[in-house]
Design a protein around this ligand. Structure first.
Ligand code: SF4
Ligand code: SF4
Ligand code: FES
Length: 254
């Protein structure tokens, strides 16, 4: 059995203006993950340490943290890949509740704003859908809402004034937009209301996604292309202008 030094960020914002990293010595075992080590500290050294976890299987998305500066799931990060001094900090993109626990609730408000899946009414069920179309939207359904992609995104972290919703929310919109039975195009909403244009396709979000969702290539870039086609293509602009005029005329008649 070996041992590691775990540097864990500690702060209770209710009583402390500043936080600090506290070192703990933790015995290690084969196959140990960072969550095991942090739980060892909570159980054996300091029960006031706050952390959030549920499944310990990489599926609930609740044990997100910054491990050696990289946004990661504590339950999926093996100790033996990290060396003998490991730094564990809370996600920096979100307000701190205590120690390693952050408040990610702002994400629920953003998710509610995204227009929901709106299926065709003219196709009888059961729907028959080509497998290739199922795969496209299924990739996005793997999201476990860990918000690691939001945490790593420099626009979300450093330019909150842009109003950019962030990668998790583009994935959510894309999962509906790419469903073959959906009738809406959310790119207008993403462009005008969710700051899609502020993403500069650095792909950092894709690199940290524990579900290997190709966030940038399969969700963000296609949504950007849709937005460009719909709003900056001159023929589409004329078509949209005509459609709006027609809708206004029809509404005037009612
Ligand atoms: S690709 Fe876009 S959403 Fe992803 S981290 Fe970069 S700026 Fe953020
Ligand atoms: S897209 Fe990936 S990184 Fe982002 S919240 Fe979902 S699972 Fe987590
Ligand atoms: S505890 Fe559920 S994802 Fe880590």
């Amino acid at each position: 059995m070996g041992k590691i030094t775990l540097s864990i960020y500690r702060r209770d914002p209710a009583v402390e203006a500043e936080g600090k990293f506290v070192d703990y010595e933790v015995p290690t075992e084969d196959g140990m993950v960072v969550l095991d080590a942090v739980k060892y500290v909570e159980t054996n050294i300091d029960p006031t340490l706050s952390l959030r976890w549920n499944c310990k299987a990489g599926k609930c998305g609740s044990c997100s943290a910054e491990i050696n500066y990289k946004p990661s799931l504590m339950c999926k990060t093996r100790i033996d890949t990290l060396g003998d001094h490991i730094r564990v900090a809370p996600m920096g993109a979100f307000p701190l509740i205590k120690d390693l626990v952050t408040d990610v609730s702002a994400n629920w408000g953003m998710l509610k704003k995204i227009p929901v899946f709106t299926p065709r009414q003219d196709v009888p069920k059961p729907w028959i859908i080509a497998q290739i179309d199922i795969e496209r939207s299924k990739e996005f359904k793997k999201c476990i809402e860990c918000f690691l992609c939001q945490d790593v995104c420099h626009v979300v972290r450093e330019h909150s004034g842009t109003g950019y919703f962030g990668p998790r929310h583009i994935v959510k919109a894309a999962s509906a937009d790419m469903h073959p039975m959906d009738t809406l195009d959310r790119s207008e909403f993403l462009d005008a209301n969710a700051g899609l244009g502020f993403c500069n396709i650095t792909k950092c979000c894709t690199e940290v996604c524990p579900e290997d969702i190709h966030i940038t290539d399969n969700a963000i870039i296609p949504e950007k292309e849709r937005a460009v086609n719909a709003f900056y293509d001159p023929i589409a602009m004329i078509a949209r202008s005509r459609r709006k005029k027609k809708e206004a005329k029809n509404n005037g008649k009612q």
